[in-house]
Design a protein around this ligand. Structure first.
Ligand code: B1M
Length: 223
């Protein structure tokens, strides 16, 4: 198979949710020397985008989304060690979760992998994370950044609920709040008074480093 055929087959098999074929193609692509990010950004993610588009048009339904998502998650596990080829130094601590009411986790997991690869310690609270669970994790782990993902317009308001809960617990000024997820925008992040918004995993890594550097510079100035 040529690299182009690998990408095309990976795209097609992810879309129909053929998990074993997706894992095999991912492994074959890697054995051929293909870049893990090429497999991710040129086949796996575009395939899920097409699944979403078909769902939106009413051509496909939840089961199709579910099996495609599972197939993608299998490939992500194969790619995880390669995408997160870890540096030795920990540059900051992250608590991360998908907000209450929302079960999407592929995008959050990808952000986690990239953060770990960049040297962050990531404590992943999973999906459907309640405000109480976020607060308890911030108290317990004292992270530099609290990252929240929301993938539905109906669950985005949980950002505000969680930020309110942080304020009520006296923790808001102790942690940087970063938000993201497919329907989220910079305007929405500003409206809920988050400290940052990133559109994708690479942007999340870049912005997290910037926000931590800014916070540490401010702390040093006040010391
Ligand atoms: Co859902 N779903 N889904 N779904 N699903 C979407 C999100 C949708 C856009 C599809 C569509 O209509 N086009 C739509 C949401 C519409 C909206 O509200 N705007 C939708 C819907 C409607 C639903 C249900 C309501 C369907 C129903 O039941 N009628 C239901 C809701 C369930 C619930 O959560 N309560 C539902 C269910 C599901 C499945 C369970 C079947 C499955 C999820 C499997 C899983 O995650 N384990 C699923 C899937 C697979 C999708 C699509 C097809 C793919 C999502 C995905 O993994 N994308 C999705 C369509 C789409 O996105 N085009 C869709 C790939 C991933 C790498 O990208 O998630 O955007 P993404 O993550 C990116 C960025 O967002 C960003 O970085 C990531 C990596 O680059 N990012 C951050 C994410 N978190 C971040 C945090 C940050 C910074 C950046 O800082 C902290």
């Amino acid at each position: 198979m040529t690299p182009e055929e690998i990408l095309q087959n990976l795209y097609d098999e992810t879309m129909v949710g053929n998990g074993p074929a997706v894992i095999e193609l991912t492994n074959t692509g890697l054995e051929m020397g293909m870049d893990p990010e090429t497999l991710l950004f040129d086949a796996l993610i575009p395939s899920l985008e097409e699944v979403g588009a078909r769902f939106e048009r009413g051509d496909w339904f939840v089961p199709e989304m579910l099996i495609a998502g599972k197939a993608m998650a299998g490939a992500l596990e194969v790619l995880r060690p390669l995408l997160a080829a870890k540096g030795t130094e920990t540059i900051g601590k992250f608590v991360m979760g998908t907000v209450k009411g929302d079960v999407h986790d592929i995008g959050k997991n990808l952000v986690n992998i990239m953060l770990e690869g960049a040297g962050f310690e990531v404590i992943d609270l999973g999906v459907q994370v309640s405000p109480e669970k976020f607060i308890a994790a911030v108290e317990e782990h004292q992270p530099d950044i609290l990252g929240m993902s929301a993938f539905l317009t109906t669950t985005m308001p949980m950002f505000k609920a969680n930020i309110n809960a942080l304020e009520k617990a006296g923790l808001r000024d102790k942690v940087i709040v970063l938000v993201g997820g497919a329907p989220v925008t910079q305007e929405y992040a500003d409206a809920v008074a988050a400290d940052g918004y990133a559109a994708d995993a690479s942007a999340a890594v870049k912005l997290s480093k910037e926000l931590i550097a800014k916070q540490r510079a401010a702390l040093a100035l006040n010391a």
